[in-house]
Write a protein that binds this ligand. Structure first.
Ligand code: ADP
Ligand code: NA
Length: 297
């Protein structure tokens, strides 16, 4: 193992309903399949980092004192993610995500945060964060706590923020970010403009490293005063895009923790994310190191 990734983020049970078309407001549709599985952006990204090999991976998060919580901890443990710093919150439900997936693999998601909203950063969490070589977080847990966690890292340790679900960032959080990872929608939302090119220019001025993921269009690395670097996505049959962005972020974090430069970690993250869209589900669909290496990204 080289390096340590500490992920701060959400753990959710995903309830995925496959239907022909995602229902419009007021509409009821019949699902063709229903499945419960382990998810949550924090947990998915931690699984992706652990499966990428190289770095040891732990998560700071919270689940409810319920069967879902025990299931989520068990799934993370099986994937090799350290769960010592996942609080089991008495009297709370675990996070729950209702996901509808259509025939084309597009999805629409509603998340009930449950215990994720009760996350607190305590002294043992700060100790763990202080040992990290990369800290990785998303926005399914409160921004103020994510900022607090980021401040616990050693100086020079990269803090990667995946600004998902899309939201404007508080100054307190934004000033900690070394690497911002966003899809097109999130780029517009964080920058506060609908014009993607303008959004990218605004974000490059605010964040040292900007990675924009573009679905089947791959991803782009933007840094002020350096040429843009692009990584193509693999051409694959799309089954379910759930956890594509999460795979990208987790594998990127593992690469940086292992000492790879961002321009080398990026195509590996992209290849891993392309494998994720070929399989249904969130954590279950995240590839292993061997599967990614077979592609020689
Ligand atoms: P998110 O899941 O956060 O919306 P994207 O859709 O941009 O993020 O996907 C993240 C990464 O997953 C992309 O940069 C790409 O590497 C891979 N990916 C996503 N969709 C596809 C696709 N249809 N075909 C191949 N790779 C894909
Ligand atoms: Na998937």
């Amino acid at each position: 193992m080289t390096g340590r990734v500490v992920v701060v983020g959400s753990l959710n049970v995903d309830l995925a309903l496959t239907c022909d078309t995602i229902p419009a407001p007021g509409e009821t549709v019949l699902a063709t399949a229903a499945r419960r599985s382990a998810g949550g952006k924090g947990a998915n990204q931690a699984v992706a980092a652990a499966r990428a090999g190289g770095a040891s991976t732990s998560i700071v998060g919270a689940v409810g004192d319920d069967p879902d919580g025990h299931y989520l901890l068990d799934q993370l443990g099986r994937a090799g993610v350290g769960t010592e710093r996942v609080a089991v919150v008495a009297g709370q439900s675990s996070g729950l995500a209702l996901i509808t997936v259509d025939r084309a693999g597009e999805n629409a998601i509603v998340v009930a945060p449950g215990a994720n909203a009760a996350l607190a950063i305590d002294a043992p969490d700060r100790e763990l964060l202080h040992t990290a070589d990369v800290v990785l977080a998303q926005l399914e847990t409160p921004q103020q706590l994510v900022a607090e966690a980021a401040r616990s890292r050693r100086s020079g340790v990269p803090f990667i923020l995946n600004a998902a679900p899309a939201a404007p960032l508080t100054d307190e959080l934004a000033r900690e970010v070394d690497v911002l990872v966003v899809n097109e929608h999130e780029a517009r939302s964080v920058a506060g403009t609908n014009d993607l090119d303008e959004a990218i220019q605004l974000l490059v001025a605010r964040f040292p490293v900007l990675l924009v993921t573009l679905g089947a269009g791959g991803s782009e690395l933007h840094r002020a005063d350096l040429p843009v670097i692009r990584a193509r996505a693999l051409t694959v049959p799309v089954v379910d895009t759930t956890a594509a962005g999460d795979t990208y972020c987790g594998v990127l974090a593992a690469g940086l923790a292992a000492g790879r430069p961002v321009e080398r970690a990026m195509p590996i993250a992209g290849a891993a994310a392309s494998l994720t869209v070929q399989r249904s589900g969130a954590q279950d669909s995240i590839p292993t190191r061997a599967e990614v290496e077979a592609l020689q990204p």
